[in-house]
Design a binder for this molecule. Structure first.
Ligand code: ACO
Ligand code: OAA
Length: 472
C-alpha cells in the first residue's frame, strides 16, 4: 500500500492513519487538536484580537475577525489556502481518480479535498478509492425526497429545490434523533459526522434529480456507478458521461472526461473559503443552535442562492452571453466592451464576477479554472465565450478602478466557471449555482463536525441600535 505523507513545509500529520475509515482517521487527529483548543480557551480567551469599529458594525462586519474556522483561510492578496496549502499544491498532492492516475489532465477529487479539510491529513490513493465507494454506496435518495422533488413546479428556482431537498433529509438525521433521545455533549460529533457523510453522499443524486425534473421532464439521465467517484456520478446523473448516462449532449469520450474533470476541479476549489462567506457562516450559525447538518446546510444553500454570493455564477454567464450578442460577436473589440461595462455601471448595476469582500487581487480559483480551459486549446481556442471571459478580465479591472467604488476590481471565482460548463453543453444558466451548492458542502460541513468536537457554544453576538451608535 502506498502512503503519501505530507511533503510541504509546516505541514505534519503526526497521527497519520492508514485506515480507510474516515471516522477512524479523524479520531486519531482529535486529541491533539482538543489539547490545543483547550489551551486557547483556558489561557488566551482574554487576549484582544482587533479593535471593533462602528464601520464594521454597520458595514456587514467587514474585516471583523469574529469567527473560528480551521480548514481554510483567505489572504487578500494570495487567496485561499487549505490547511496552508495553495490550490496548485492541492492539485499536486491530493489523490485523483484511480482510473486516471497516469493522465496529467486528471484533476484532484472533491472527496480528497473533503478528507483533507476534515482531518488535515493527505489521504492515500487507497483511502480515497474506498471513500469514493462509500459515498457512492450511500448515494440513493429516500423515495419521499424523490416524490417531493417531483411535485415541485418546474418554474421553482433550482437553488430553492436544492434547499428543500436538503431540508427534507432532516428526516434521516441520526444526530436529531440521538439528541431527542439524550446524548452526552462529547458524543454529538459522531452523529453529526454520520449525517454529514450521508448528506454529501446524496448530493449528486439530488443535483441529478433537480436537473432532470427542471429541464428534462423527470427523464432518467444516468445512473450511479459504485466504482466511480462522486463527481463522475454527479456528471452521469445529469447526463454527461459516455458509459453511465444517456450522454444527451453527444460528448466525445475525451470531452466527457474533460467535463467530469471540470466538475472535480470546480467542486474541490469551491469546497471552502474560510468561515465568513455567507454560505459557510449561515451553516455555522444555524448549526450552533444544534440544528442538524441537513437544516444547517440548507440554510447555507439559501445564502449561496443570493446574487452577490453563489448566484453570481449564473449571473456571469447571462452577462457574458448578453454582452456577446450586443458586441455582435466582436469579442476582441476593447472599446465596445468598455462601453458596455460603463453602460452597466452607469445604470447602477454590479459587474457580476468582479469584486470581493476579502480578496484584493485576482482570485486564484479564477486563474485555476482559466488554466483548465487554456490547457485544452482543442476545445477552447475558438470558444468566443471563453475568449470574452478572458478579455473581460483584462478590461474590467481598469474600468472598475476608474469607476472608483469597488475595493477589488479583479475577477472572482464566479467569473470563469460557468462558461466552461456551458462549453460542454450545460447551458441551463439557473443550474450553475446548484453545482456550487454541492461543492460548498465540503468545508462548512467539515467545520460543523469540528464545531461539535470542540463543543462550541450557540452563536449569539450582541447588536446595537442607531441611537447608541450615534452617541459613541
Ligand atoms: C463565490 C462568491 O461569492 S464571489 C462574489 C460573487 N459576487 C459577485 O461577483 C457580484 C459582484 N460583486 C459584488 O457585488 C461585490 O464585489 C461583493 C458582494 C462580492 C463584495 O462586496 P463588498 O465587500 O461590499 O465590496 P466593496 O467593499 O468593494 O464595495 C464597495 C462598493 O463597490 C461596489 N462594487 C463592488 N463590486 C462591484 C462590482 N463588481 N461592480 C460594480 N460595483 C461593485 C459595491 O456595490 C459598493 O457600492 P456602494 O458603496 O454603492 O454600496
Ligand atoms: O469568500 C467570500 O465571501 C465569497 C467567496 O468567494 C466564496 O464563498 O467562495
Amino acid at each position: 500500500m502506498t502512503i503519501r505523507y505530507p511533503i510541504f513545509k509546516n505541514f505534519k500529520c503526526r497521527f497519520y492513519s492508514t485506515s480507510s475509515d474516515l471516522k477512524a482517521v479523524l479520531k486519531t487527529v482529535i486529541p491533539k487538536k482538543l489539547r490545543l483548543f483547550e489551551h486557547v480557551k483556558k489561557d488566551l480567551s482574554s487576549h484582544q484580537i482587533d479593535i471593533q469599529t462602528v464601520g464594521s458594525v454597520i458595514g456587514g462586519m467587514r474585516g471583523n475577525k469574529a469567527m473560528f474556522w480551521d480548514a481554510s483561510s483567505v489572504d487578500p492578496n494570495k487567496g485561499v489556502t487549505f490547511h496552508g496549502l495553495s490550490i496548485e499544491e492541492c492539485q499536486d498532492i491530493l489523490p485523483k481518480s484511480k482510473m486516471e492516475l497516469n493522465d496529467p489532465k486528471s484533476e484532484l477529487l472533491p472527496e480528497s479535498m473533503l478528507w483533507f479539510l476534515l482531518t488535515g491529513c493527505i489521504p492515500s490513493q487507497e483511502q480515497i478509492d474506498d471513500f469514493s465507494k462509500t459515498l457512492a454506496e450511500h448515494a440513493q435518495l429516500p423515495e419521499y425526497v424523490n416524490k417531493v422533488l417531483d411535485s415541485l413546479p418546474k418554474s421553482l428556482h433550482p437553488m430553492t429545490q436544492l434547499s428543500i431537498a436538503i431540508s427534507l433529509l432532516n428526516n434521516e438525521s441520526v444526530f436529531a434523533k440521538a439528541y431527542e433521545r439524550g446524548i452526552p455533549k462529547d458524543e454529538a460529533w459522531e452523529y453529526v459526522f454520520e449525517d454529514v457523510i450521508n448528506l454529501i453522499s446524496k448530493l449528486p443524486a439530488i443535483v441529478g434529480k433537480i436537473y432532470s425534473n427542471t429541464y428534462y421532464n423527470g427523464k432518467e439521465l444516468g445512473v450511479i456507478n459504485k466504482d466511480k467517484d462522486w463527481s463522475y456520478n454527479l456528471s452521469s446523473l445529469i447526463g454527461f458521461t459516455v458509459d453511465d448516462s444517456i450522454n444527451h449532449k453527444n460528448l466525445s469520450r475525451s470531452q466527457s472526461k474533460d467535463f467530469v474533470n471540470l466538475v472535480r476541479l470546480y467542486c474541490a476549489l469551491h469546497g471552502d473559503h474560510e468561515g465568513g462567506n455567507v454560505s459557510a457562516h449561515a451553516t455555522h450559525l444555524v448549526g450552533s443552535s444544534l440544528s442538524d447538518p441537513y437544516l444547517s446546510y440548507s440554510a447555507g444553500i439559501q445564502g449561496l442562492a443570493g446574487p452577490l454570493h453563489g448566484l453570481a455564477a449564473q449571473e456571469v454567464v447571462r452577462f457574458i452571453l448578453e454582452m456577446k450578442d450586443t458586441l455582435d460577436g466582436e469579442v476582441d473589440n476593447d472599446a465596445k466592451i468598455e462601453e458596455y461595462l460603463w453602460k452597466r455601471l452607469n445604470s447602477k448595476r454590479v459587474i457580476p464576477g468582479y469584486g470581493h469582500g476579502v480578496l484584493r487581487k485576482p482570485d486564484p480559483r479564477f486563474t485555476a479554472i482559466i488554466k483548465f480551459g487554456n490547457n485544452r486549446p482543442e476545445e477552447f481556442a475558438k470558444d468566443r465565450n471563453f475568449q470574452l471571459v478572458k478579455k473581460l478580465s483584462q478590461i474590467a479591472p481598469g474600468v472598475l478602478a476608474k469607476h472608483g467604488k469597488t475595493k477589488n476590481p479583479f475577477p472572482n471565482v464566479d467569473s470563469s466557471s460557468g462558461i466552461l460548463f456551458y462549453h460542454y453543453g450545460l447551458k441551463e444558466t439557473l443550474f450553475f449555482t446548484v453545482i456550487f451548492g454541492a461543492s460548498r458542502s465540503l468545508g462548512p460541513l467539515s467545520q460543523l463536525i469540528w464545531d461539535r468536537i470542540y463543543g462550541l457554544p450557540i452563536e449569539r453576538p450582541t447588536s446595537m441600535d442607531l441611537k447608541t451608535l450615534a452617541s459613541l
